[in-house]
Design a protein around this ligand. Sequence first.
Ligand code: GDP
Length: 435
Amino acid sequence: GSIRQNNVTNGNSPLKLFTHAKMTITDIFKNIASFVNDSSIYLADVMKSDKELLAIDKYKDSQQLKERVNRILSIISRDHMKVVFFGRTSNGKSTVMNAMLRERILPVGMGHTTNCFLQIEGTDKMEAVVLIPGSEELKSVHNLSSISNALSSEKLDSDSLVKILWPKEKCRLIRDDVVLVDSPGIDVSTNLDEWIEKYCLDADVFILVISAESTITVSEKKFLHNVAQRLSNPNIFILMNRWDATANEPEMVESVRQQHLDRGLEFLCDELNLCDRKEASENRMFFISAREALLNRNTDPSTSPRSGYNEGEVDFSEINRHNDDFPGYRERLHEFNKFEHEFEKCISKTAVQTKFQQHTNRGKEIITFLCETIANIINRSQTNKEEYLTKLKETEDKNVFLEHELRSMTDSAKERIRHVSEDVYKRVAQTLNDE
Ligand code: GDP
């Protein structure tokens, strides 16, 4: 009930964990940038007035931080969640992706068109474009057939990557920073290591699409073995697609399902050792019909709804009345929704951990370095002050003390630096806890 409602209205999708964390970490780094700025002005002053208070290499290090923080900010702005789809041709990868996108973005059932890697990512522009490797030209695409045309008119290697930049405003998944990669069908001749090296090392989730009429092939298993060797504990989902085929043999459904489940669990849990059987059977294997899910979500094959999945705008009653007669239709739709929810939870959690944890650590490093450097200066000038005071007592020479006071920083500047650094510390610690 409520899970589905949330997905539909886009109010509280698990993907928000990532988008929210991205906003927070951007804020934090903007704060760090202003702290770095203040500190470097202060340190430059110290350097000018009293070289004994600050080691030259620390000073040089500090002056490079501004650029470093800006670099991290630009990396954060490009951080996204990435999911790679794979499996044999015609198992329904493109259909699954379209159903998840709630739009017919990818051409379906045209074997040759997905003979390379296809990446769908967001653009702030209003018009979709296709980027083909080796060609500088941006091809704008208005609809599905122009994507297929753009693809089929090119000669592409199976390890080349075509990018489709899709308007963020049109699609929720893309707007929330998910990048989807469709791979060419896996067969025995595929150079799996090269694929993984080129396109999969930064993937947060892998989705294997199998046709319920067949079973996991040797090449698909090999691919996942290689992935598991390169990435520790990859997140893998197995979709048993075309489950609508069982509608004609209702008496067979349970036993066929159990067979698939057994084989899948054996692979995920015993061979790859990724999770326990309960977790895998509840949250990693799903029996779906991508075709039905896509039809349910997007009734008009020639158009893409402007605002994604919005039940209020489209009259589904006609198609649902027809399909409701089909045995297991509702269950399969429910299973697809459940898969999507688990997928969104998994990908956002993983992406936050893998991407933002390292930024958070860098941010802490920078702050710690500056705080220590500044504290050191304050300490030293304090010690110097005491020495001067002693001297002052000895010599009664007031000028020495006054001169020193002028050189050390004013209390209000000290206060400001302390305030900023405490604030940043607090926020970094808090985000880390949240995540
Ligand atoms: P891909 O090559 O793996 O990307 O497969 P496609 O998504 O292009 O699908 C191949 C064909 O299978 C198309 O004609 C789809 O309409 C059809 N198809 C995909 N998913 C399903 C499904 O769940 N049930 C049925 N009956 N057909 C499907």
